[in-house]
Design a protein around this ligand. Structure first.
Ligand SMILES: C[S@@+](CC[C@H](N)C(=O)[O-])C[C@H]1O[C@@H](n2cnc3c(N)ncnc32)[C@H](O)[C@@H]1O
Length: 241
């Protein structure tokens, strides 16, 4: 029997209080990654049966800002459903050009949006826009491939749009996000629907709900609901206990 299960069973017998404390701790077991021959858009690294996709380079920044995206992905509907308090602290992880960051910054005039990305070129675009629009509640953060560089328990909400499937270290990134969330904080995970074979999106850029729930549970995040609002993407809501 795994060591963690033995520990949990022992604590169940000994103390309900200690049991609650263990349940609130995210698992810290190291992830098991495996390697295959990379497929066309993949990096060949497999996590929980899913091959991880390549990162979209900053040269694709124009694609993120395409005019048709407003009707294809309903970004304003998405941010409205984050139900943010005006003083909320929000992390937009894999912020890219800030397509969602700046929409969120309008909704949290007394709060802040941390725009995290691993590509300095993307953050340079975010900084240019901040300066041009005189926005002072956006904080660009240069993350690393295995660490979002958030302060411990610093944010109320984390948004991940079309990004999670690109994380080369999904377990480590989500563990860092879990640490960065306040207890009760929410993660909104947005990915193209992997169940929809007809959706013309590359397979590694989609995710099924079942897969996403498994991967979030691996760090202790609890699935709360999936909002059926967006034309082609899941909007899944997870909570830190
Ligand atoms: C497809 S873009 C999406 C950008 C933005 N969320 C949007 O929807 O417009 C994915 C972004 O995630 C970033 N990214 C990939 N791995 C990351 C990591 N470990 N930490 C932070 N950002 C990451 C990439 O650099 C890229 O800018």
């Amino acid at each position: 029997m795994p060591r963690r299960s033995i520990l949990v069973m022992t604590l169940m017998i000994l103390s309900p209080v200690a049991m609650t404390a263990v349940a609130l701790q995210p698992p810290t077991d190291p992830p098991s990654y495996s390697q295959i021959t990379p497929s066309r858009d993949g990096i060949g690294k497999v996590y929980m049966g899913r091959e991880i996709s390549q990162v979209m380079g900053h040269r694709g920044a124009g694609w993120l800002e395409r005019a048709s995206r407003v009707r294809e992905e309903l970004p304003d509907v998405l941010v409205d459903h984050l139900q943010l308090h005006p003083d909320a602290e929000v992390a937009d992880i894999g912020a890219g050009t800030g397509y969602f960051t700046f929409r969120i910054s309008r909704l949290v005039p007394q709060g802040r949006v941390f725009a995290v990305d691993i590509q300095p070129e993307m953050l340079a675009i975010v900084e240019k826009r901040m300066a041009r629009r005189g926005i002072d509640n956006v904080v660009p953060i240069l993350g690393s491939i295995d660490d979002p560089k958030l302060s411990a328990q610093g944010v109320d909400v984390v948004l991940l749009v079309d990004t999670y499937h690109e994380f080369s270290h999904p377990f480590e990134m989500m563990r860092g996000i879990y640490r960065g969330l306040r207890p009760g904080g929410r993660v909104f995970l947005v990915e193209y629907r992997g169940e929809d074979q007809a959706l013309p999106i590359k397979p590694l850029h989609k995710m099924t709900q079942a897969q996403a729930k498994r991967e979030m549970a691996a760090v202790g995040l609890v699935w709360e609901e999936t909002l059926d609002l967006l034309p082609t993407q899941h909007l899944m809501v997870f909570r830190k206990p």
